[in-house]
Design a protein around this ligand. Sequence first.
Ligand code: SF4
Length: 66
Amino acid sequence: MTGSWGCPHEVKGLCSKVKNLPCDPGMKGCVLYGRFAFSDPDKNSPSIKRKLKDQKAEKKVGDKES
Ligand code: SF4
């Protein structure tokens, strides 16, 4: 068993799901878009951005209370 993940939509480095563009995990239209948070904010869906913002706000409140 390997630890890597292979996308079934990737064919020779191109994404068959998004107009045969070069595979760029997390880009808009990718199966990963909106499901995970990426370090590149441009790849994060509005709902992921909201979750990250809420988590950041909660952390700030937690820091002030301790
Ligand atoms: S961009 Fe996303 S959906 Fe497309 S091949 Fe890459 S990982 Fe798969």
